[in-house]
Design a protein around this ligand. Structure first.
Ligand code: 3HC
Length: 382
C-alpha cells in the first residue's frame, strides 16, 4: 500500500517533529491539535528547526518553503483524518484520551487507513482494541528531537498484520531513519525501559546525597558517553513525560523502575523542565538550551550504579526476547546518542563489579528491581 497523506494528531514536542520530518520526506501532512494557538506554536518550532537545517546546509531555502507548503494545520478532527493513509497519534500519554480519540477517528477515517501511536510506553494492543482495525494498528515510536534522532521503534500489537508492519517499516525508512522492531509490547518498549529507570536511579543518587546534580550529569556525559547529562535529558524530554511514563510502566510491571520521589515532587510543582523554565535546572523559557558541564565535575562521581541499572535492563530485554543484543545496542546509540555499545562499557567496567553493585542495591533496598538478570550472571561466569 502506498502512503501519500499523513495526519499527525497532536502538535507538541513529538507531534510537530513527526509532522516536519514526514513533510521533509515528501508526504502531504495534516497536523491537528485542539487549539489554534498550539498549532501556531508548532509551526513556529518547525520554522526554527528548518532554518537550522538550512543554516547547516542540509536543505536549501527553496526546499524549506516546499516542506512548509506540504504541512496543513487544522483543529477539525474530521477534516484532519478523512483523507489520511496513515495517522500518527502524538497526543498526551493518557490511555482514556487515546482510546476515545482512536474510537472516534475509527468511524471517520477511510477503511484502508493505518493507525499508529507514538506512545512512549502504553500498551499498543490495548489501544488497538478501541478500534475495529486492530490489524491496521501499530506503535511507531520516535525519539526527541525527531528531527535529529535516527531511531524509530516499531511495535506491533497482538493483532497487527504483517502488511501493516511492512508499511510502518517502509515509512520509517522513507524518512531515512532506522526502524528497530520491538518484538513484544512490553512496558517502555526498548529505549524507555532503559532511559526512564536511569532518570530515577540518578535521582536516588541525588536524594541519598551520593553526589551533586552537576557531578552526576557530567559523569553520565563524559564517562559513559551520552550527549547530555541524565538530568539535562530528563528536563529536555519533559519531567511530565518522564513522570507519566514512570506511572504507566510501574503500574504494568513493578520490576521495570524504582521510582524516586524527586520526580513526583518536580511534577507536582509544575517543574516540567525546559518547557516550563524549570526542572532539575532553570532555563530561559521556551528556547532550546544546553547545560554546560565539565570534565572536572565528571571526575567527582563514579556512575557505576547508573551503568549497572542500564545494562541490567538491556539484559532483561534480550533475555525476554524483546530485541536481540545488536538491536538493543543500536537503539541506545541511535535513540539516545550513546557513543558506544552499552555492553562494551559494562565489559570495561567489569561484569563482576556491575553484578556486585546490583546485588548490593538489591540487598540494601530489598527491591528485586535490582536483581541481576541471568544474562549478566552468565557473563560474569563466562
Ligand atoms: N531541529 C534542528 N536543529 C536542532 C534541533 C531540531 N529540533 N534541536 C537542536 N538543534 C540544533 C541545535 O540548535 C544546534 O545548532 P547550532 O550548532 O547552530 O547551535 C545543533 O542542533 C546541535 O545541537 P547541540 O549543540 O545541542 O549538540 P548535540 O551534538 O548534543 O546535539 C542532540 C543535540 C541531538 C539533541 C543531542 O544532544 C542528543 O542526542 N541528545 C540526547 C537526546 C535523547 O536521548 N533523546 C531521546 C530521549 S527519550 C525519548 O525521546 C522517548 C520518549 O518516549 C520519552
Amino acid at each position: 500500500m502506498a502512503i501519500e497523506r499523513i495526519t499527525v494528531l497532536g502538535s507538541g514536542i513529538m507531534g510537530h517533529g513527526i509532522a516536519q520530518i514526514s513533510a521533509m520526506a515528501g508526504y502531504k501532512v495534516v497536523m491537528r491539535d485542539i487549539e489554534q494557538q498550539f498549532l501556531d506554536k508548532a509551526m513556529e518550532r518547525i520554522r526554527w528547526s528548518l532554518s537550522k537545517l538550512v543554516e547547516k546546509g542540509r536543505i536549501s531555502g527553496d526546499e524549506m518553503n516546499s516542506i512548509l507548503e506540504r504541512i496543513r494545520v487544522t483543529v477539525d478532527i474530521e477534516e484532519a483524518v478523512k483523507d489520511a493513509d496513515l495517522i500518527i497519534e502524538a497526543i498526551p500519554e493518557d490511555m482514556r484520551l487515546k482510546k476515545e480519540t482512536f474510537e472516534k477517528i475509527d468511524s471517520i477515517a477511510p477503511s484502508h487507513t493505518i493507525f499508529a501511536s507514538n506512545t512512549s510506553t502504553l500498551p499498543i494492543t490495548e489501544m488497538a482494541g478501541a478500534t475495529k482495525r486492530e490489524d491496521r494498528f501499530i506503535g511507531i515510536h520516535f525519539f526527541n528531537p525527531p528531527q535529529l534522532m535516527q531511531l524509530v521503534e516499531v511495535i506491533p500489537g497482538a493483532r497487527t498484520s504483517k502488511s501493516t508492519l511492512d508499511v510502518a517499516i517502509n515509512y520509517v525508512k522513507s524518512l531515512r531513519k532506522e526502524p528497530i522492531l520491538c518484538r513484544k509490547d512490553v512496558a517502555g518498549f526498548i529505549v524507555n525501559r532503559i532511559f526512564i529507570p536511569l532518570v530515577h536511579e540518578a535521582a536516588w543518587e541525588l536524594k541519598e546525597g551520593k553526589a551533586g546534580m552537576r557531578e552526576i550529569d557530567a559523569a553520565f556525559k563524559f564517562k559513559l558517553g551520552f550527549p547530555m547529562g541524565i538530568f539535562e535529558l530528563a528536563d529536555y524530554t519533559g519531567i511530565d513525560v518522564v513522570h507519566k511514563a514512570t506511572k504507566e510502566m510501574y503500574a504494568r510491571d513493578r520490576k521495570v523502575v524504582n521510582p524516586c520521589p524527586i520526580i513526583e515532587d518536580l511534577y507536582s510543582k509544575g517543574h516540567y523542565g525546559q518547557k516550563s523554565g524549570r526542572g532539575f535546572y532553570e532555563y530561559k523559557q521556551g528556547s532550546y538550551a544546553r547545560v554546560e558541564l565539565s570534565m572536572q565535575e565528571a571526575e567527582r562521581y563514579d556512575p557505576v550504579r547508573l551503568l549497572a541499572v542500564a545494562v541490567n535492563n538491556a539484559s532483561w530485554l534480550i533475555s525476554n526476547d524483546v530485541a536481540g543484543k545488536d538491536d538493543v545496542e543500536k537503539a541506545l546509540m541511535l535513540g539516545m546518542g550513546l557513543k558506544e555499545g552499552i555492553f562494551g562499557l559494562a565489559e570495561r567496567t567489569g561484569y563482576a563489579r556491575i553484578v556486585d553493585t546490583l546485588k548490593g542495591l538489591r540487598d540494601s533496598s530489598r527491591n528485586d528491581f535490582y536483581e541481576p538478570d541471568a544474562l549478566l550472571l552468565n557473563l560474569v561466569k563466562g
